[in-house]
Ligand binder design. Structure first.
Ligand code: PLP
Length: 385
């Protein structure tokens, strides 16, 4: 029987170019990237080239990329890292997230609540969108992090991260986005989005399973999830896998070209239209080019009055199927701080983000230098072949 694989939101196949790039690391690249001798140096070079490739796709600096085991680890590192760093000055740090996050965000939030964090879960509208004004209203003096997914794993809705970023920046609060479903599928540039932390899952963009990345904006302090030797500039202990990093790096290089986004969108739209002929109501919001969800449409179709049931927003997104605790979507939201508190946070945030104009120009220059270095690295690799 011939199988047709349509579950790319769950995982993508590994691209043949990625497999080829990884192959030499299996046989020759066994050195420890931290070893200064002949075996370690090529592994380090492969690792750093891969870091540059990930950074180039995201518009980040290479030093802002930390390799992880995947999207779940990146989300855990971001949420717990900010929480534990904030705990040094606050007894009950406040986090804001949404009712439609993947369990890789929702479950760490539940865990942090058990340690004393306060978590607000914002509701979404019928298209799965969170309103930036809801984020603004939910901010309190103790808010340390807003975490809103970039693209939804079930229906592909793209959240208004740029607008939310403008609010968090003004308020001096960190912004994390779980971009597991968007990186490699639509353009994702950290500067344009205005995020401080961003999670990448390799196996959603044609890299193998077991590798991902966390973007941490320069200057943002987070407590590491794993303590040990100083790998990844002290941000994630454990000998780096040059093999897996190369897989992710090559996948990011392929994605940098994004050759098929328009084609993918037109095929998805055609598929969607055909489904829509059979299922009357469907979700029309901006969504990733490859995503559609019949289950979502069916659920919407079958509900007469979602507003009568506070847990319904989460359930109609399929969260009940994932076994998540159902919560009232209008969780606790306190008043925003006074003017001087806001200015204080904004100042502290500016220091954390290095967000001055000079800083931004400097970053652009450094990123361009990093991209030139990647081109040189690729050219010399090709010459050595
Ligand atoms: C939105 C989202 N976040 C996080 C994850 C978890 O990523 P990983 O499987 O790499 O741990 C997934 C995977 O399904 C996802 O769709």
């Amino acid at each position: 029987m011939r199988h047709i694989y349509l579950d790319y939101n769950a995982s993508t196949p590994t691209a043949p170019e990625v497999v080829s790039a990884m192959q030499p690391l299996l046989t020759e690249g066994y050195g420890n990237p931290s070893s200064p001798h002949w075996a370690g140096v090529p592994a380090r070079r492969a690792l750093e080239t891969a870091r540059l490739e990930v950074a180039t796709l995201l518009g980040a600096l290479p030093d802002e990329v930390v390799f992880t085991s995947g999207g779940s680890e990146a989300n855990n590192a971001a949420l717990k890292g900010v929480f534990f760093a904030a705990r040094r000055r606050l007894s009950a740090p406040h986090l804001i997230t949404t009712a439609v996050e993947h369990p890789a965000v929702e479950t760490p939030c539940c865990f942090l609540e058990s340690l004393g964090a306060r978590v607000t879960r914002l509701p979404v509208d019928t298209a799965g969108l969170v309103a930036p004004d809801e984020v603004r209203r939910a901010i309190t003096d103790d808010t340390v992090l807003v975490s809103v997914m970039h693209a939804n794993n079930e229906v592909g809705t793209i959240q208004p991260i740029v607008e939310i970023g403008a609010i968090t920046r003004q308020q001096g609060i960190l912004l994390h986005t779980d971009a597991a479903q968007s990186v490699g599928k639509i353009p994702v540039r950290v500067e344009e989005l205005g995020v401080d932390l961003l999670s990448v899952a390799g196996h959603k963009l044609y890299a193998p399973k077991g590798v991902g990345a966390l973007y941490i904006r320069e200057g943002v302090e987070i407590e590491p999830l794993l303590h040990g030797a100083g790998h990844e500039a002290g941000r994630r202990a454990g000998t780096e896998s040059a093999l897996l990093a190369v897989g992710l790096g090559r996948a990011c290089r392929l994605a940098t070209e994004l050759p098929c986004e328009d084609h993918l969108r037109s095929v998805t739209d055609r598929f969607w239209r055909r489904l829509h002929e059979r299922i009357r109501r469907s979700h029309r919001a901006q969504r990733t080019s490859h995503a559609t969800s019949a289950e979502h449409a069916e659920r919407e179709h079958s509900r007469d009055d979602r507003s009568a049931d506070p847990g319904a927003v989460g359930r109609c997104r399929g969260l009940d199927r994932l076994g998540l605790p159902q919560r009232h979507p209008h969780d606790v939201a306190g008043a925003p701080g006074n003017g001087s508190q806001r200015r204080g946070r904004a100042r502290c945030h500016e220091v954390q983000r290095g967000a001055s104009d000079d800083g931004r120009r400097d970053r652009r220059g450094r990123r361009a230098a990093a991209e030139r270095a990647l081109v040189r690295e690729c050219a010399s690799t090709a010459r050595g072949r």
